[in-house]
Design a protein around this ligand. Structure first.
Ligand code: GLY
Length: 572
């Protein structure tokens, strides 16, 4: 049993908790901890929820499940029960991964977003009920709790129900989404969720209460399922009772990368996150002499990284998708032989022309146009007093998802169908393209970039992190990982450093935080042929916990307007 934050005194109030401690994750005879854990959350309600659960004897999974439900109430732009996500868990010295990504409805077809001429109908995969995949969040949080929870299901639902029933002081104002869903959206949120004012959600409180009473059955087979299907019927959506009844969260092997004395555990397909982080770390290893000569965040450093990103995004477009439907060659794509070859393709001075950057396993990819990105999604990181950790990223995809609220149930539906490749080579809202690997098929999960990540050293949690940001997610996680694990920067500094992103398309464009980089860096890269664009529209809110020795150091991103990092005091 790990006892990372123990002190010598025994905390006998633990006996008060014994009746509710039913699962795994710790021994109550352990010496009392210095802290009950730590959390980095996108809002204070998530942080307070984690604190309450950790101080009640819950472990990181109890806290993660409770925060997942709480943010569905207090952060409705991204927190959800109508969407999906991924949870990476480190429990009793072992890594786990729960995939609760949304699935395409059974009636979905590969051409459902195309017109008669085969062109993509703008925004059909983003706005309204047709954009919604079958939600996975309730099943995923339940699966994690069933396997690892110590507190009761009711206890972990209680904070969310309270925020919904009694209200919380909103810190942002819900803005109307697209025209197709505005009336429905406004009916629920319009003028009601206003920054600085108490916002109550009685319908959502009732839904959460039913979930608390029946587990996921209500959501997938009961009254909530009926309300969701009725909403589909009113607004031309596809999700059926059978789709809901058949939805299952899946335990998968996380991607594991052995990195300079650390083990990095992160997201496997249907996320491209672990693939992306793994490719970048390993190519960087094969370019060690070149990186040694390129100071962190110098022009040459950005150049080398963007060159690696060109290759990985070419591979992502061609080979990544739901591995239950498409044989994703992960072993090959992450093999040392392959990445040594890919690293050797990296140009050391000027950007490689697009025509010369192909997917590395010998196939071709279509040449797409460009698109804007509108990142949403949210992430939280938690460690508990036993040294377990949860790294959770979940999403409705765009802000407020499809904009469709399930009437009578009070929650928003995702627009995750946009993460499929609606047509090979046509970019989605994040500007990324795909091919057959990520084509729409009934019951398939769309490709994601979400990358909830945990790094361990000698079997103990060293760093827990993740972020929103669409296709910017794993390039951002990679940068903070490298800043921390390679350059030994304290997490707060590693996280605050300026970030940048390249994704093959638009051609030669590097997004970067212009105000934070010296002007000479952009000038140098421009001379080489890169197009420097102020931005990194996503990847902004890394919520992380580093563990230094036995001390958890939670940090919220300075770019995160409402983030809260909290070391949780011991059980009072
Ligand atoms: N919807 C964003 C992602 O899954 O990466």
């Amino acid at each position: 049993m790990q006892q990372p934050w123990k002190i010598t005194r025994r905390l006998l109030v633990a006996s008060m908790l014994l009746s509710s401690l039913i699962g795994c994750g710790g021994d109550d005879n352990d010496p009392a901890p210095l802290t009950a854990g730590a959390v980095s959350s996108p809002d204070r309600f998530g942080a307070e929820t984690a604190q309450q659960i950790l101080q009640s004897g819950g472990n990181a999974v109890d806290a993660g499940v409770a925060v997942g439900f709480a943010l569905a109430v207090t952060l409705p732009a991204a927190g959800n029960i109508g969407g999906g996500g991924f949870m990476t868990i480190y429990m009793d010295g072992k890594p786990y991964f729960v995939d609760y990504r949304e699935k395409a409805p059974g009636a979905a077809t590969p051409t459902m977003y195309l017109d008669a001429s085969g062109n993509v109908i703008p925004r059909l995969s983003l706005d309204g009920s047709l954009a919604a995949g079958v939600p996975g969040t309730v099943a995923g949080l339940h699966a994690a709790h069933q396997r690892f929870g110590r507190l009761s299901w009711r206890q972990v639902l209680a904070p969310a129900i309270s925020y919904a029933r009694n209200g919380f002081v909103a810190y942002s104002t819900a803005t109307p989404t697209s025209a197709s869903s505005r009336a429905n959206f406004n009916n629920y949120f319009g003028g009601k969720m206003v920054s600085g004012q108490l916002f109550k959600q009685p319908e959502l409180a009732d839904t959460l209460q039913r979930i608390s009473d029946t587990g996921p059955d209500d959501f997938y087979k009961g009254q909530t399922a009926d309300l969701l299907v009725a909403q589909m019927a009113r607004t031309n959506g596809l999700i059926s009772k059978a789709d809901l009844a058949n939805y299952q969260a899946v335990w998968r092997e996380p991607v594991s990368i052995d990195w300079n004395g650390y083990m990095v555990y992160t997201a496997p397909p249907p996320s491209s996150g672990g693939f992306g982080i793994g490719q970048l770390l390993k190519m960087k290893r094969f370019l060690a002499p070149q990186f040694a000569a390129a100071p962190l965040n110098s022009a040459q450093y950005l150049h080398l990284t963007a060159e690696m990103e060109k290759r990985l995004f070419a591979d992502r477009a061609q080979y990544l998708g739901d591995a239950d439907f498409y044989q994703v060659p992960m072993d090959q794509l992450l093999s040392d032989d392959y990445l040594q070859r890919r690293a050797a393709e990296v140009s050391l001075s000027a950007p490689t022309p697009l025509a010369n950057v192909r997917p590395g396993l010998g196939t071709d990819l279509p040449v797409p146009a460009t698109a804007d990105e509108k990142p949403q999604t949210t992430h939280f990181s938690i460690v508990d007093r036993w040294g377990n950790a949860v790294s959770n990223t979940y999403t409705l995809n765009g802000g407020y998802g499809s904009g469709i609220v399930v009437e009578g149930a009070g929650f928003l539906l995702n627009n995750e169908m946009d993460d499929f490749a609606a047509k090979p080579g046509v970019p989605n809202q994040f500007g990324v393209v795909g091919a057959d690997a990520n084509s729409i098929q009934p019951n398939k999960r769309p490709l994601s970039s979400m990358s909830p990540t945990i790094a361990t050293k000698e079997g103990k949690v060293a760093l827990v992190l993740g972020t929103p940001g669409g296709s910017r997610i794993f390039t951002s996680v990679y940068q903070v990982l490298v800043n921390t694990l390679d350059y030994n920067l304290p997490i707060a500094q590693a996280q605050a450093l300026p970030r940048f992103h390249h994704q093959l398309l638009p051609d030669n464009v590097i997004e970067y935080e212009a105000s934070k980089f010296p002007a000479a860096v952009a000038a140098d890269l421009t001379l080489r042929g890169w197009i420097m664009r102020d931005g990194v529209n996503g990847g902004l809110n890394i919520e992380a916990v580093q563990v230094v020795g036995d001390t958890p150091v939670p940090v919220t991103d300075p770019r995160s307007p409402n983030g809260v990092a909290l070391v949780v005091p011991p059980i009072p």
